[in-house]
Design a protein. Structure first.
Length: 69
């Protein structure tokens, strides 16, 4: 996860796009696009937060975090 992004929801810029698209979205496997909204979510990969497409995650009020759908 990029160090400069402190929030749980960000818009993909060019630097982030180049970093994230090396692996793609850990949930759907798709690539990210410039200007797209992504969220830091936890999922089947463990408790480490990773950037995923916003539509692939939901907000969990109890955890106060995005989680994989």
């Amino acid at each position: 996860m990029p160090k400069r992004a402190s929030g749980q929801k960000v818009i993909v810029d060019l630097e982030m796009l180049n970093t994230l698209n090396a692996e793609g979205c850990p949930i759907c496997g798709g690539k990210f696009t410039l200007g797209e909204t992504v969220v830091a979510a936890v999922g089947s990969w463990g408790s480490e937060r990773r950037w995923v497409h916003e539509k692939e995650a939901v907000w969990d009020r109890t955890r106060k975090a995005y989680v994989e759908r």
